[in-house]
Design a protein around this ligand. Structure first.
Ligand code: GLU
Length: 549
């Protein structure tokens, strides 16, 4: 009776009971095996690539099973909240090819029958369950001050006892309802704690869907359920929300693994069906000899915005993340080069259990493979869209030369082995600048073949410029180049040259290299004849003349 009174004093406005919510949120009507997963970010404004990683796993697991993927906004830490973050999150997730079936649809709007989907709007629900636990003697108000808690902790450390609010150290758990009511009436502030029934000497065994078998001592700490600001802790909100929203699979960062005993205990106490858990390894980065977490502060690539700014196609990032999720993805991609990535089945048990290593070099490889398969006209469209925002000069040059640039993007594209020049749109400038005089004329980095010097390169161009033709096909062009090379004292192939190097000035490739330097300033470009044809004979002659001078 007095517990009931205590509960009423603490939550005077709560009239509903847990039964009300249990009825309001019935079992979901889904087909056998359908999984319900969620993405549950805090709206702090910063989107870490690890968030996309977690969302992608959740989304794939839900949608591969014809299940439900929903968005729950975890805004119980209101100090960290940033305006506009929810909308931003939704846009990013959509942009990354994922759709929520339920949850927040904007800062204030939502869809679905299991809401509200923003924790700050669920206060009444948390309070209803907290009130019920108080009534049952399973939760209680704790009046300890921060100083008192620190003193307890110090004493525990000294005596080498598990730190935390438990057993004899949990002084408020032994207050009678009357004593607690007295303190509340005196105006002492308090939080609500769980009266943990756990025993530290009993083990909890669990088969995590990614980590495999894990074993922990039972939770014996009287963890906080409701904080002094009236909002729930992560632990309590997680259990209430995923319990009532009927999440079947909680797939979340491994930083929560050690809290699993608390969560299993809460589900048990609340009488909810326990979801299955999968703890995702943290995204790590190789830093010298050791690995460390991708850090918001130190690593630009930790921010989702980085990929947009650099101009990685979204699909590249997704495919790269799929590679990290399941190392079998790469093989699947090779065997199914044309398939949409959605065809690949993500499996949690094939995921690496330890830190997922993030590697930009690998991302670039994946992205080159993605871009090389995109049609030239689409490359053009993607590029100008990116450049409009991030490289205005290039945007204008490219748009004013649309036909030419579509040809440029198509160089060596349609064969069985398309060129892999670009990993991201910001690579384009350096790879195509020589098609534009305004950029070419400013460029001073002329790459001459190693075998020859500048004077020799000029001699080659001096002769070649009066002899070359672009009228034939590329083979004819090359045969003509060979003839000229021979006249200039160069070997037609490497074998001949290697046999008697003293007889030659170099190889035909050195002559081509000199021409390449004069036309593009670079030693590594796509097919030179094609480039010259795109530039046109007059422009090429102009470049030859400039080069000689
Ligand atoms: N808001 C929590 C976080 O961002 C969610 C963790 C979870 O998925 O349960 O870490």
């Amino acid at each position: 009776m007095s517990l009931e009174k205590l509960a009423d004093i603490i939550f005077p406005n709560i009239e509903k009971t847990p039964e009300y919510y249990l009825e309001k949120y019935p079992k979901r009507n889904l087909k056998e095996g359908a999984k319900v997963t969620r993405y549950a970010p805090s709206p702090t404004g910063f989107q870490h690539i690890g968030g996309i990683f977690a969302a992608l796993i959740n989304e794939r697991i839900a949608h591969e099973s014809d299940g439900v993927f929903f968005l729950r906004v975890e805004d119980t830490d209101q100090k960290r909240e940033v305006k506009g973050a929810i909308k931003d999150t939704i846009e990013t997730i959509n942009n990354y090819g994922m759709n929520f079936n339920e949850g927040m649809t904007g800062e204030e709007t939502e869809k679905g029958d299991y809401g509200p989907y923003k924790q700050s709007l669920r206060k009444e629900i948390y309070e209803t369950f907290a009130k019920d636990l108080i009534k049952k003697g399973l939760a209680y108000p704790c009046f300890c001050t921060a100083e008192e808690l620190n003193a307890v902790r110090e004493k525990q450390m000294e005596n080498k006892i598990l730190p935390g609010y438990h057993g004899e150290y949990a002084t408020c758990r032994n207050l009678s309802a009357e004593e607690a009511i007295e303190k509340i009436k005196k105006g002492e502030s308090y939080i609500i704690r769980l009266k943990s029934p756990g025993d530290f000497d009993t083990r909890v065994e669990y088969d995590d869907l990614i980590k495999g078998h894990v074993s922990f001592p039972e939770n014996n700490i009287d963890i906080v359920l409701i904080k002094s600001d009236g909002l729930p802790t992560y632990h309590f909100a997680h259990a209430i929300d995923d319990g009532l929203m009927k999440t079947t699979h909680v797939i979340r960062g491994e930083e929560w693994l050690s809290s699993l005993p608390i969560h299993l205990q809460l589900f048990d106490i609340l009488g909810f069906e326990t979801p299955k858990y999968a703890h995702i390894p943290t995204i790590m980065k190789q830093d010298g000899g050791s690995k460390r977490k991708l850090s918001k502060r130190k690593d630009a690539e930790s921010a989702v915005s980085y990929y947009k700014e650099e101009g990685y196609p979204v699909v590249s990032v997704i495919e790269y993340l799929l590679n990290i999720i399941n190392s079998t993805y790469e093989e699947w991609r090779e065997e199914n080069p044309e398939d949409d990535y959605h065809e690949f089945q993500v499996s949690l048990d094939k995921m690496s259990k330890s830190g997922a290593l993030f590697d930009i070099v690998k991302l670039n490889d994946v992205s080159k493979n993605v871009i090389c398969k995109i049609k030239a006209t689409d490359v053009y469209d993607y590029y100008i869209k990116w450049a409009e925002e991030y490289d205005k000069e290039m945007h204008d040059l490219v748009v004013n030369n649309e036909e030419m640039m579509k040809e440029v993007f198509n160089i060596d594209k349609e064969g069985p082995k398309p060129r892999k020049d670009f990993a991201k749109w910001s690579d384009v400038r350096e790879k195509v600048f020589y098609f534009f005089d305004s950029l070419f004329d400013k460029d001073e980095n002329i790459e001459i073949p190693k075998n020859i010097d500048m004077d020799e390169a000029k001699r080659i161009i001096g002769i070649y410029k009066d002899r070359f033709s672009l009228d034939g096909n590329n083979d004819e062009w090359f045969n003509e180049l060979k003839e000229i090379a021979v006249e200039l004292g160069y070997a037609t192939d490497r074998k001949k040259y290697k046999k008697n190097p003293e007889e030659y000035k170099g190889m035909v490739s050195d002559v081509a290299g000199a021409i390449r330097a004069a036309v593009t300033h670079r030693s590594n470009t796509p097919d030179l004849c094609t480039i010259m044809k795109i530039l046109g004979k007059d422009k090429v002659i102009e470049r030859f003349n400039k080069f000689i001078k």
